[in-house]
Design a protein around this ligand. Sequence first.
Ligand code: KG4
Ligand code: ZN
Length: 342
Amino acid sequence: MIVLGVESSCDETGIALHDSQRGLLAHALHSQVAMHEEYGGVVPELASRDHIRRAIPLLEQVLQQSGLPRSAIDAIAYTQGPGLAGALLVGASIACGLGLALDRPVLGIHHLEGHLLSPLLASDPPEFPFVALLISGGHTQLMRVDGVGQYTLLGETLDDAAGEAFDKSAKLLGLGYPGGPAISRLAEFGDPGVYKLPRPMLHSKDLNFSFSGLKTAVLTVVKNQITNICEQDKANVARSFVDAIVDVLVAKCLTALKQTGLKRLVIAGGVGANRQLREALNAAAEKKRFKVFYPELEFCTDNGAMIAFAGAMRLQINPDAAKRDYAFNVRPRWPLDELRAV
Ligand code: KG4
Ligand code: ZN
């Protein structure tokens, strides 16, 4: 079965074709980062308009890459939520319009389920059950994953998401948008321990997170030095910030593994691309004897492949999960634990 995936929940238009026999056939992505950069963050209306411009050319691109005609598509999976309402509506209308035109069934996918299952696209995929740390721009959650649609929330952030903390702190250091990769690169040049930044909720017994205090601590440091913060100081702040956030993320993962008794940890979402986090998790995995799985780097951040794949997984369990019902709605707010195995 060939599933077309359509992702448009935020500032990336992603289109992909997945074949249940042969795996991922083709995928194409357009990032709007350059367009939003001058505003210091995503402008929702601009995002929606750009998705409209990009989706069909990207579709043509994946069809060409795969050498398949449109008629080869058996079902269409699209991101139904959570995300920006207008951006989601573009993807949903394109998926449903295409479904109607081709007489193919359509299926709405939860964006975070796409992230969660994306490590299964890798060459050494994890088996169920596993603990998953979902760390994206809008979410920070620890989940127990027993199968497709079987997600139990173990803990989540009480305020800012990890990606948001990266982006906001990077902005305070004048690093532009999105700040995650930039602050991570700058931290490589920083000395550890110059700034004592908090590790929020590190010793709380639960699996929740809180990152807004960490961002405020970065603000305080930057404010105190506003007149003469030099490049080395910036790198030192970046290093202390990354060390603090990585310490908390790793500690909570270890607690989640201990509490569940599981030995497999999956990292998903944009912050999962972070180099320092991967190094710390790999070291912890070796020491504590668990296995850690990541998506391919290109599938850490938003993409169409994870949506096509999540659609294919759902259709494998229930071939009737996709419907010839083209009256779509989107769900900008949609808790992941509301999802059920189809
Ligand atoms: O999963 P994602 O692409 O989009 C959402 O669903 O939100 O995640 C985007 C987030 C942004 O906050 C971005 O700064 C962060 O992931 N990010 C990183 C890195 N690459 C992306 N954060 C830290 N280090 C990175 N290398
Ligand atoms: Zn995402």
